[in-house]
Design a protein. Sequence first.
Length: 350
Amino acid sequence: MSMIAGTSAPQWRVDLRAHRSTKTFRIQLLLLFMCICAGLLSLGLGAVHISLDVILNTLFGLEGDKQTYIIWKSRLPRTLIAFLAGASLAVSGVIVQAIIRNPLASPKIMGINSGAALAALGSVMFLPEMPVTYLPVAAALGGIVAAVIVLFSAHVRQVSPARLALVGIAVGMVCDAGVDYLLVTAATLEISNPLVWLTGSLWARTWVHVQSMWIPLLTLMGITMTLSYQLDLQQLGDQTAQGLGQNTGKMRVLLLGVATLLASISVGVVGVIGFIGLISPHISRSLVGGQHRILLPTAALVGALLVVVADAVGRAVAPPIEVSAGILSAMLGAPYFIWIMSRSEKGQSV
């Protein structure tokens, strides 16, 4: 009897792991399928409706018609940018929530989005001749400066999650005030495009924007995957993480730097799309759990799906007028945030 008991327990654990692995794979496969469907939907919706057969003919290089030009020159790069931005914002949100150890944290709370927006807006208004390929660079610099201020103010050598969050909120408010000042003092014609961009719009995004963001964002997401174990340790608390050999202060700074670049580069191209960095990790955690090796790619798929759907719906609501993806994501994210808060107040796990 003891032999049976001794061998059945390990086998039970192996079966449980296999079941979880299969479930996770199916969830990620379903999310990938949904992303593909959303991408095809995004290519078809807009002021000019394009049928599925024309979209497929265009993607597979078959002979198409005049609508092929719309797909290649406008909608395909726009859809790819939505995928990249959504995935990056979601991964950045996962990192921030891990290092702050707060499920309500996001790049916005850390002041990253606001710093990137201020730098990008300033470069557009004061350097109008600057090529669009440098806009993500300017935004990244702004996000980095904001993050450095947060770290310095929170004392780098004793970086605590609570202090990081509080200082991040303060820095974000200062940067938001700077954005408001630039908009108020600018001429009316100068702020028309920046205003649209600040709402989180993918309008007029082209292959030039794709080229400026895809390499750094994919590289940063790859780096994040290699640091997934370090993110797991961060959530265990400083004492436990240090006991397992992690230099928590330096690792927190490194992870915050990666999160800053991911969010800032995305903001530089698509503007401020709120709540993606907050709700994507939550949705993903409810689907696959909190192990970051699994959570990170799942969150990337969820974030990409949300932004692509928001952009597609925004174009389909009242064509030719477009509703920005940032507005629709806020309409979705605000109720979800309230729901999370209500669960937290009831003492449930979030």
